[in-house]
Each structure stands twice: as C-alpha cells, then as structure tokens.
Design a protein around this ligand. Structure first.
Ligand code: P53
Length: 483
C-alpha cells in the first residue's frame, strides 16, 4: 500500500489511452482497405524477430490481420473507455483505408465513413479523439513501387492523405500527429525500423544511415507541409511531432562519457530539432560532410521546414538507455546498436526494457529546454505477462506500480518544473498486438482481451486491477495515486 499524494492537475488536462489502427482494428481487407506494411509482417517473439514477407504467405502468421477486432467492436470498447474515465483516445487512421495503395487521387469513401462513425461514437462517450496519421502502417504498394520514403513522390501522396483527413475530420479532431516515433529509425535490427517507419528495403550497396537521413528529410517535408495545410483548413487544429523519448545517460561522470551521451542525445533527437525549430543542427551538417553523405535538401526545403514547425511535441516514454565512450578517440559518433550499455541502477521488464520513472521527468525537461513547445505524453506503459486468475480477474499490481511512479514523475514535471503538458495517454490501455514482436502476450492493457498469440480465444474484455486504479486517478485529476 502506497499513500503517495499526487498533484492535482487542471480540469482541461487530457487523460486517455493510446492505440494504433493496425495493432487493434483487424479487418485488414474490409471496406476496400489496401495492404499495409503491417499486413505483411509475421508474428515474432522476444528472440525471433518479425519478418516482412513480400506477399501474404499461407504458412505464416500475421497477427495484425485480426488485431483485437476493434474494427467491429468499437462501440462497446468505447463504453468501457468512458467507464474508465477517459476524456481522450489516441488512435491512428490506417492510411490504407483511405488510400488503399497510397498513390490514388481519390480517397476511399468507405474508409472515411468508418473513421467518421468512430469519432462520432467517441464524442458520444465524452471522449475526444487524438489522431496519428502515419503509425507504422504505410501502404505496402508505396514500398514496392516507389522505394518508400526515400522517394520524394511520397510527400505528395502523404500530404494528399493528410489534407483529406483534415478536411473531413477537423470538426471532430483537434490534436493530430504526423509520423509516429519518427526518430525510431536510428538503429539497425530486424525488422529494420527503416522498413517499418519509412518503407525502405535496402540494396547491398546502400549505406543505411545515408538512406535513413534522406527518408527522414522527406518525412520532415511532408510533416511540415501537413502542418501548414492543417492551419489553412482550420486554425484551431494542433499538429504535433511524435518522438520516442528514451533518454541516453552517460554511464559515469567521466568527461568522455558525458560528451558521448550528449552526442547520443543530439543524434537520437535531431528529428525534434528539425520539426520544432525548423532547421538542422550544425553538428549534423558537418557529420554528413565528413561522411560524404549527399542528402538532397534545397533552399525551398529549408523554407518549408521553417514555415511548418509543429505546434506541440507528442512523445512516447517507456525506458531510458545509457552509453559510455569506451576509449573513443577518433570522431565522436553514436551507434545505437553498439554503444548502449546496461544501467546498473535500473530494473528491466521481461522484454529487457529498463524501467525508469525519473527519466520521464528528465526527458520532459530536456525537450522543454531545447524546443520550448507544449508537450503531450502519447504513450507510456509496461508490457508484461498477465495471468487471468481463477477468480476471473487480472491482478496486475506491477503495472499499477509502473503507472504510479511514472504519473507522479509526470506531475512533478508539470507542477514543479512548469512543463506545459496537454495530456497523458498510456499505451495499449486495452491489450493489443505488440509492434516489435507481434505477440498478444506482451500486454500493456488495463483491459484484458482474452486472446492468444494465434488469435484464439473468446476475445472477451475483462477489467484488470489497473483499470480501477486508473479510474480513480482520473477521477481525482491525478491527486489520488494510492494503491
Ligand atoms: P511494443 C521501440 C521502442 C519504444 C517504443 O512497443 C516502440 C518501439 C517499437 O516497437 O514502439 C511504440 O508493442 C509504438 C507502438 C508500440 C509501443 O511502443 O513493441 O509507437 O506502436 O506498440 C510498445 O512492446
């Protein structure tokens, strides 16, 4: 039992939950939907990476095809969310429901209608939708035919999609985000995040890092143009960036370690510099020059970036990292696959994610000092194995503890440090398909979904202990965190 008193946040603070279309909707071929990159990603696990198969194969398992059937069950699921006390709900619009292949000129009306109905249902329940336009679910056709985001044609396709969405939904949705976790492509593993984020399939002679910088630049342009378009359509719209904030600490106080960690942060978060400040940092321009990277950036591009800076910083927060210089004497670089080290002060989740509530406050202050924008925590949560017990309940005290510690840290950042925070939407407040592993058993929810990794089960929704705890937190506007 913890009796900690939290700080009470203001009435307009948004308390929600967060999901992404491809991880919960299912219905992957309904109402004219096209094939997204998530539809050709197989099931994986902690030790076996998901792979992208070029076509859907009979002998493979594709969990995003069924999700948790939210596509059909959203009316009753939204009632549960309202019961929890949510006043906002972050989801994404599956690009392939609106433009099945991505390069059409006319949108698919059935897809637009679906989201219009969904958002209406949200409002009926007193919940405002918060929407990500591109959340790891680009049309696979754009990968195959155009080579993904390294192709500048995608800017036109994306901004057309964005414009259609802003025009249709601007009365229903105020808060938007362009690209989910845009900075989660600075490392190399399978399925390569460059494929998941940017749809790049690399050839042997490609330099992955140069390709990443070019793809990201094209995304920045598309994002900046989307911001400008949104404001033209409705000046009330707020369009945010979305970065994965995993602070990178120096392992020791050795000056070389401090410098290394500083560069690591600069490298992982230059995305925010471009989106919030409208320009590239000088160290990165020098880095490109030294590495002979030729990134296609025009003067017009620079103007576009400047005039389309984001309104706020949306971010996910799950964990922190640590790094050390390891005797580095040559060029100061950061390589996320080789330069991260274990932090001896932190415990890890079963999937190896280091648990660090203090890092949330640290990250918020770091971003505030640098970007001077309102913030929105649009993901935070604890993936764990849950047990449905004989009493038909899920006693997830570990998850309550995780949320307790992180919400308290968030409240200190708001009340003590003065961060302008729009809201908090914990990730996967209803169990859904894991993005990195494709598992169902890596659960984040406060609502349990009776379904296994193969999609078998009753699909029944069950309130976990954390459901009732979060309900109480919201009712007290963050003051009552006791458990
Ligand atoms: P899963 C890596 C590191 C931090 C967040 O992740 C990440 C990832 C990529 O998996 O992704 C975000 O399901 C992402 C969500 C995802 C969630 O975190 O791998 O925006 O789509 O489900 C949790 O445990």
């Amino acid at each position: 039992m913890k009796e900690t008193k939290g700080y009470q946040l203001t009435d307009d603070f948004l308390w929600g939950g967060a999901v992404a279309a491809h991880q919960l909707e299912g219905a992957w071929q309904e109402d004219g939907k096209g094939v997204s990159i998530a539809d050709v990603m197989t099931a994986g696990s902690k030790d076996h990476p998901r792979i992208v198969t070029d076509t859907v194969q009979d002998d493979q398992v594709y969990p995003n095809h069924w999700g948790i059937d939210f596509y059909h069950q959203y009316p009753s699921d939204l009632k549960l969310f309202a019961d929890m006390g949510l006043n906002c709900f972050r989801t994404s619009i599956a690009w392939t429901r609106i433009f099945p292949n991505g390069d059409e000129t006319k949108p698919n009306e059935a897809g637009l209608k679906y989201y219009e109905d969904l958002f209406n249902e949200c409002h009926k329940n007193g919940i405002q939708p918060v929407v990500t336009l591109s959340h790891f679910e680009m049309p696979y056709h754009l990968v195959k035919e155009y080579g993904g985001w390294r192709n500048k044609k995608l800017i036109e396709f994306f901004t057309r999609f964005a414009k259609v969405c802003f025009e249709r939904f601007h009365n229903q949705v105020k808060y938007w985000m362009t690209f989910n976790e845009i900075n989660n492509q600075t490392n190399w593993h399978d399925p390569h995040p460059l494929l998941q984020n940017s749809g790049l399939i690399l050839e042997d002679d490609d330099n992955w890092e140069e390709a990443m910088f070019q793809a990201a630049h094209n995304e920045f342009l598309a994002s900046a143009q989307a911001v400008t378009i949104a404001h033209q359509i409705d000046d009330q719209l707020q369009v945010g960036a979305m970065v994965a904030m995993c602070p990178i600490y120096p392992l020791t106080a050795k000056p070389e370690d401090i410098l290394k960690a500083q560069r690591a942060m600069e490298y992982r978060y230059y995305f925010g510099d471009v989106q919030a400040l409208g320009e590239y940092p000088q160290w990165l321009l020098n880095y490109w020059k030294r590495h002979d990277y030729e990134i296609d950036i025009t003067d017009e591009d620079r103007q576009t970036l400047k005039s389309g800076v984001v309104d706020y910083i949306g971010f996910s927060y799950y964990m922190s990292f640590a790094t050390e210089a390891k005797g580095q004497t040559n060029e100061l670089t950061f390589d996320e696959d080789h330069d991260l080290v274990n932090n001896p002060y932190l415990e890890k989740s079963d999937w190896g994610w280091q648990i660090d509530p203090v890092g949330l406050r640290y990250g918020m202050n770091w971003m505030n000092d640098r970007w001077h924008k309102p913030q929105f925590i649009v993901e935070n949560g604890f993936g764990a194995y849950d047990q449905l017990t004989d009493d038909g309940q899920v006693h997830d005290d570990y998850r309550i503890k995780y949320f307790h510690d992180h919400i308290l840290s968030m409240e200190k950042a708001v009340v003590e440090d003065g961060i302008d925070l729009i809201g908090y939407t914990p990730w996967g407040h209803i169990d859904l398909i894991s993005a990195s592993t494709g598992e169902m058993k890596k659960r984040y929810g406060m609502i349990y979904v009776d379904q296994d990794d193969l999609g078998h089960g009753s699909g029944r929704r069950i309130k976990k202990d954390s459901f009732f705890w979060y309900q109480k937190v919201i009712a007290s506007r963050g003051k009552d965190l006791s458990y």
